[in-house]
Design a protein around this ligand. Structure first.
Ligand SMILES: Cc1cc2nc3c(=O)[nH]c(=O)nc-3n(C[C@H](O)[C@H](O)[C@H](O)COP(=O)(O)O)c2cc1C
Length: 144
């Protein structure tokens, strides 16, 4: 499933609201998409019941991606508010950069580097391990 943060054709409901509904409604593994770009998301998605995450915009913005450098530069320069939803392309809601052509997830606004895919996967896994280590013993939230 893809929450509204995701790039390209998308819906109105944010991943944090849509994902638990989908997990509750179906009896098959759910892969969460829309707004994932780092190890925090990789840890958070299973907490919602997802089997894993799919990252579109994050892998588009890698040195291995065949997207032209000038186009990547436009994504990297974008802020979160530069990524909007329009029906101007084909009548359906489409999340894009404020350009004529470039589909993009909102995370384009928080991504500012072009790692290789291998570097990215290693980084996300390391971040996820750090996040898990930092959780309280047993994973239960505690009061400050
Ligand atoms: C440039 C771009 C093109 C996309 N094209 C398609 C597509 O043709 N079909 C599709 O099902 N999803 C498409 N998507 C959505 C991705 O498959 C994925 O669900 C989405 O990127 C996840 O959200 P994220 O960008 O926040 O990671 C596209 C996304 C981007 C950024």
């Amino acid at each position: 499933m893809q929450g509204g943060e995701g790039g390209g054709h998308t819906g109105e409901v944010a991943t944090t609201v849509l994902l638990p509904q989908v997990v509750d409604a179906v009896d098959v593994p759910v892969v969460a998409a829309g707004g994932f770009f780092d190890g925090r998301g990789l840890v958070a998605a299973p907490a919602y019941g997802a089997a894993g995450v799919a990252m579109g915009t994050r892998f588009l913005l890698t040195s291995d991606s065949t997207v032209p450098d000038a186009v990547k530069a436009r994504y990297l320069a974008a802020s979160v508010r530069d990524v909007t939803v329009t029906r101007a392309v084909d009548g359906l809601p489409h999340r894009m950069l404020r350009t004529d052509l470039m589909a993009a997830g909102q995370v384009a606004g928080v991504i500012d580097d072009l790692p290789s895919c291998a570097e990215l996967v290693d980084r996300v896994m390391a971040e996820a391990a750090e996040v898990l280590d930092a959780l309280p013993e047993g994973g239960a939230p505690t009061r400050a």
